[in-house]
Write a protein that binds this ligand. Structure first.
Ligand code: ATP
Ligand code: MG
Length: 387
């Protein structure tokens, strides 16, 4: 990604997202956004700079080791968002007063900061990274469970839309709660999670959490295959937070009987920058990246081979494709050899490469990134292929 100009490292765990990289991120975010809106999530934008008081109120100030803490010049304490329970709960409390106001689901896609000890896996583990975090509140456990399942399905759909197959584990809730949670894992050697998985079904467990199973054990779900070890990247998770945060912020609602109840809260994280890295880990060959169409920054890599009339022809093709709403990246560099353009096309990894030259007459030379052979066709046929 660095070589192809998607990102630039500023320091370990901190990156610039360059024009192509930002386009990919925006595509990922838009898929996430659509699916979160589909389950009733409302998008907001919360701050990353938090007063220490909120984190002291939940105990996170002393307990969370990755929390970045800062002092202002007049000695006031602040924290940088490592997650947003501490701001979203007081926010919901301000608007929600009776059970009739529930359920509620709020999310944002914003920077998170974590003092990770090791940040050696590129954008897979940032000290500053983007996360989509959704939070929900419910009048009772049953209502929460229904939404929780919906969120889980939405997550599986998101990963599928990005061309990824994610396995849903059941894991303990870690520092948050003792309740169950789901982790979504994508098998890749670049990941840091160690899992045992079943090839015949979706079953998978995190090795750190579930000591009951060992490599070679029969899959407890489908009982067809043996559990195999693998490395995986956690691309998302959902937690049942119970009443931990609603109690910490004294966020209660009044029910039909006029009694005070503390809503049940859930949180649903998804690492958008990590996802971008995971997709690259899964979709590449020795020449470079192979973006799935849905999140490629552009669909077409257009190259014009110097020759008489070619520039004009390429311009016409570019305009016509753009007019049809096709995203075209036109490599019109004058000082670069054709061979270099070809290797950059492979490295950058757009789904289609289109060449215009004086030899091809009215036709285009079209090649899919995943295929070796190019084909000659007219613009009409290419447009049909794209559809
Ligand atoms: P991990 O075990 O990888 O540290 P986590 O359990 O700390 O993850 P959460 O706090 O649940 O993760 O955050 C939600 C999601 O945010 C994760 O599923 C992951 O996709 C992403 N994420 C977490 N930490 C990072 C990081 N340092 N860099 C990039 N993405 C991250
Ligand atoms: Mg972590």
């Amino acid at each position: 990604m660095v070589q192809a100009g998607y990102v630039r490292q500023v320091m370990a765990g901190v990156y610039d997202y360059l024009p192509l990289g930002l386009m990919v991120l925006n595509k990922i975010s838009n898929i996430v956004r659509e699916e979160m809106n589909n389950i009733g999530g409302q998008e907001v934008l919360m701050p990353v700079l938090h007063p220490a008081s909120l984190w002291k109120q939940t105990g996170g100030w002393d307990k969370i080791d990755v929390l970045f803490k800062m002092k202002s010049r007049i000695g006031k304490d602040y924290a940088l968002a490592q997650s947003n329970e501490e701001t979203v709960t007081p926010l919901a409390k301000e608007w929600i007063h009776t059970v009739k106001d529930l359920p509620l689901a709020i999310y944002h896609i914003n920077w998170k900061f974590r003092d990770e000890l090791r940040s050696k896996s590129g954008i897979l583990r940032g000290r500053e990274f983007l996360m989509k975090d959704l939070y929900s509140w419910h009048k009772n456990q049953q209502d929460f469970e229904i939404f929780y399942q919906k969120a889980k399905q939405a997550y599986l759909k998101i990963f599928k839309r990005m061309g990824l197959k994610a396995k849903a584990t059941e894991a303990s809730g870690g520092g948050f709660t003792e309740k169950l949670s789901y982790e979504f894992e994508v098998l890749t050697d670049a990941g840091e999670a160690r899992i045992l998985y079943c090839d015949s079904c979706d079953y998978c467990v995190n090795v750190d959490d579930i000591k009951t199973y060992q490599e070679g054990d029969l899959c407890p779900r489908c009982k067809k295959d043996k559990l195999q070890p693998a490395k995986a990247a956690e691309v998302g998770n959902v937690f049942d937070l119970g009443q931990k945060y609603t109690k910490a912020f004294d966020f209660y609602v009044v029910n039909e009987q006029g009694e005070k109840i503390y809503p049940i809260m859930g949180c649903y994280g998804l690492g958008t920058t990590r996802l971008m890295g995971v997709i690259v880990e899964k979709c590449n060959d020795e020449k470079g990246i192979i973006w799935p169409e849905q999140i490629a920054p552009f669909q077409v890599y257009l190259i014009n081979i110097p020759g008489s009339g070619v520039d004009g022809k390429a311009k016409k093709i570019y305009d016509e494709l753009m007019e049809k709403g096709i995203e075209v990246f036109w490599d019109d560099r004058k000082d670069v050899s054709v061979g270099e353009k070809f290797s950059d096309a492979d490295l950058i990894g757009l789904p289609w490469r289109v060449i215009v030259s004086s030899k091809t007459g009215d036709k285009l030379e079209v090649k899919k990134r995943t295929e070796e052979k190019a084909e000659l066709m007219d613009l009409e046929s290419f447009l049909k292929l794209l559809q």
